[in-house]
Design a protein around this ligand. Structure first.
Ligand SMILES: Cc1cc2nc3c(=O)[nH]c(=O)nc-3n(C[C@H](O)[C@H](O)[C@H](O)COP(=O)(O)OP(=O)(O)OC[C@H]3O[C@@H](n4cnc5c(N)ncnc54)[C@H](O)[C@@H]3O)c2cc1C
Length: 286
């Protein structure tokens, strides 16, 4: 199918883009990599009458490290993260995650900020933002606000972003020398994950000091497995402890069935992939 008619704007700076969104509020959409928006427009699932293309704006494509954070600007493409910006565990994890987002042409165009704004429940970047307690910086003509990842994803393809806001930065805490794990199962290579998990852990003398576990593909939004995390912290990282935590993670998700995957199978995948991600993270942390 073809998209419904729209006006195309290519502002030269961010203020102009924000002004255009304010002027056409409710009618306009930001265009970043176009890898989700353009297919949605072609299927007429999205029918904006104005597209505000960010791609001509200079100075929006930087990845930088500072103040204990890794900062990803609006036009950083998935592929830009394949080479870690630093040796910190956060950047190394991003490099592993980026390689499993879609296929190469999608990674070359698609952006991290666009992925968060789109909020697909199986998207790796959304899960990573929740796992690491990212901060999403959003600007509009009304000012700048910082949104915590755990308040950003409100439901299926729904976020806390207002229609006139642009994500200018995604800020991720540096994890230092934490161990991390990332596992996913998809139907075929390059597909969205059926279920995916990210774990990040630190150990103190063999005892788990900090544990993070996030899950995608088992509910309307990515979630943290809070009970699983607390079952691990202050305990020895034994295979039994990891198995108990992974089972808790699977018990606590609320997956639904669709044409290809039953809720029971998704729950099973959560348990298996949580255990594998935690195994990897705890081994790397030791
Ligand atoms: C075949 C295929 C396979 C894919 N596989 C995967 C996968 O395995 N994992 C995965 O995570 N993704 C996958 N994707 C999606 C891909 O990652 C997209 O790039 C991403 O979801 C959206 O980023 P984008 O820059 O292309 O955004 P766009 O398509 O340009 O925009 C998407 C939405 O976000 C809004 N938006 C974009 N940027 C901003 C911003 N800075 N501020 C506010 N709103 C903004 C747009 O208005 C639009 O509503 C796949 C896509 C395709 C076509």
């Amino acid at each position: 199918m073809k998209p419904s008619p729209f006006d195309y704007l290519a502002p030269g700076d961010l203020d102009e883009a924000l002004g255009a969104l304010a002027e056409h509020e409710g009618e306009a959409k930001v265009l970043a990599g176009g890898q989700s928006l353009v297919p949605a427009m072609n299927f007429r699932l999205a029918t904006p009458s104005v597209l505000v293309d960010l791609n001509r704006i200079e100075g929006l494509a930087e990845v930088r490290v500072g103040d204990g954070e890794l900062v990803i600007q609006s036009l950083v493409r998935h592929r830009d993260l394949e080479i870690p910006a630093t040796e910190d565990a956060t950047a190394l994890l991003l490099a592993r995650v980026s390689r499993l987002v879609g296929h190469l042409p999608i990674r070359v165009r698609g952006t991290v900020a666009g992925s968060l704004a789109h909020a697909d429940p199986a998207a790796e970047w959304c899960m990573l933002a929740v796992a690491l307690d990212a901060t999403i910086v959003a600007r509009s003509v009304r000012g700048t606000r910082r949104i915590a990842a755990n308040e950003f994803f409100e439901g299926l393809f729904t976020t806390a972003l207002a229609e006139d806001e642009i994500i200018t930065e995604v800020r991720l805490p540096l994890l230092g020398n934490a161990g991390t794990g990332f596992r996913e199962k998809s139907q075929t290579a390059g597909d969205f994950a059926t279920v995916a998990t990210i774990a990040a852990c630190t150990l103190d003398d063999g005892i788990v000091a900090d544990a993070r576990l996030a899950i995608a593909g088992a509910g309307a939004t990515p979630v943290r497995a809070n009970r699983a995390e607390s079952l691990l912290v202050a305990r020895e990282a034994t295979p039994d402890a990891i198995a108990v935590a992974s089972r808790a993670a699977a018990e606590d998700v609320e997956p639904s069935s669709d044409a290809s995957t039953s809720a029971d199978y998704r729950r099973h995948l959560v348990e298996v992939l949580a255990r594998r991600a935690l195994d990897d993270a705890l081994e790397a942390a030791s």
